[in-house]
Ligand binder design. Structure first.
Ligand SMILES: Cc1cc2nc3c(=O)[nH]c(=O)nc-3n(C[C@H](O)[C@H](O)[C@H](O)COP(=O)(O)O)c2cc1C
Length: 375
């Protein structure tokens, strides 16, 4: 819980900050940084504020709605394909206020049992490079709390599609990972519209065992068996051009065995020497934001070339509507973000949607029929 109550002025800054990136940068973010010590604490405070001021925000959030041009159907789910990426709301604790803004939600990554993750500080934000550095080490409040939050979202009338981002851990052996995954899928299946299996956290060594063709195939089969009527995706990491073949083979293994598609891309691991924080205690970090742009576009284009019918969700440094539009044209069905909303606030979403809408109007098309890769 927050250790202070918002003054009327601060409350207004929060609301205006969710509407306008300029206000967020100049007023809301500095207000949060004055009160909280590091990037992760600021983020948690932001989530807590969204939650506690949910009723207050609702009417303001409703002032803007995406136009029908921006809506699509993905495997029979109708949505505006502009979402909030995994990690932003790990515990699914702010789904309702986020649903006032975003077209779909990807809470998690959740693990079966609670995990503390690495000691703090473990997240560093560098606004000058529009990059975040993350060494959280897979913290999670665990399945029970996540499920209760998801249930509360549905009980309160939350209707926006939810894709739960999950991972079973290969503790001692791989069977454990499958077993944990199965429990989570069965427990959450009635509350979600889909699953994103995340086998890639740059700072969690044991997860490397999950990144092989057999595990990808087994996981896809498990998801099909226990969540056959839901969208089933795998979250992939950024790859260098020479890694393209092995990367696409893994993805093929997931899709050929029953997966619907993929989320591209997760953070990219860089060594400590590339982290500009003086107090950084880790040998590496996963970077997000602007440096991921080229990796995201490359991965989306190549995945779409190889998998006509796959569901592709793009993330990684989508800061403006022109980039979002290019990403849709490259083959993404849906886009989502984390770091752009950390630096510019949730109001950025409206700017992105408005610009994509303008571009669609200019090109006399809509997102549903935008399939240049078929031409
Ligand atoms: C602090 C932080 C925590 C994250 N946690 C998760 C996570 O738990 N699960 C996951 O699949 N991705 C996680 N991500 C990755 C994001 O979902 C996203 O793939 C990545 O940051 C690139 O998108 P962006 O540039 O819009 O942030 C995290 C990213 C950051 C910065």
């Amino acid at each position: 819980m927050l250790s202070y109550r918002l003054s009327a002025n601060e409350k207004m800054l929060l609301v205006l900050g969710t509407a306008s990136p300029d206000v967020f940068i100049e007023k809301t973010r500095p207000m949060l940084y004055r009160k909280f010590e590091d990037a992760e604490a600021v983020h948690n405070a932001m989530l807590e504020l969204l939650r506690s001021e949910s009723q207050f925000l609702k009417p303001f959030a409703k002032l803007y709605r995406p136009t029908p041009r921006l809506e699509i159907s993905v495997r029979n789910i109708r949505l505006a394909p502009f979402g909030i990426a995994a990690g932003f709301d790990k515990e699914a604790s702010a789904l309702l206020p986020l649903s006032y803004f975003f077209g779909f939600l990807e809470p998690g990554t959740v693990t079966l049992r609670p995990r503390i993750g690495n000691p703090k500080p473990r997240v560093f934000a560098d606004p000058s490079r529009l990059t975040a550095f993350n060494a959280q080490g897979f913290p999670s409040g665990g399945l029970a709390a996540f499920k209760a939050n998801l249930q509360a979202y549905r009980n309160l009338g939350g209707k926006k599609p939810v894709f739960a981002n999950i991972c079973g851990l290969p503790i001692q052996n791989l069977d454990n990972a499958f077993e944990e995954l199965k429990v989570m899928v069965k427990e959450l299946n009635g509350l979600v519209d889909g699953f994103v299996w995340n086998p890639a956290s740059p700072n969690t060594e044991s997860l490397k065992q999950l990144r092989n063709k057999d595990v990808f195939a087994e996981t896809a089969k498990l998801l099909r068996k226990h969540a056959g009527d839901k969208i089933r995706l795998v979250k992939m990491w950024p790859y260098e051009s020479e890694e393209k073949e092995s990367f696409m083979q893994l993805l093929r293994s997931f899709i050929d065995n029953g997966g619907d598609g993929t989320v591209l891309v997760n953070t990219k691991q860089v060594p400590k020497s590339e982290v500009p924080a003086l107090s950084w205690g880790y040998n590496s970090a996963g970077i997000s934001g602007l440096p991921l742009k080229k990796y995201r576009l490359r991965a989306v284009k190549e995945a779409r070339r190889q998998f006509d019918d796959a569901v592709i969700v793009a993330t990684g440094g989508i800061f403006d509507g022109d980039d979002a539009y290019e990403t849709f044209k490259a083959g993404a069905n849906m886009i989502e973000g984390f770091t752009p909303y950390v630096f510019y606030g949730i109001g950025l979403l409206r700017q992105i949607e408005k610009r994509v809408d303008e571009l669609l109007k200019r090109d006399e098309t809509n997102l549903q029929s935008l399939k240049p890769w078929l031409a």
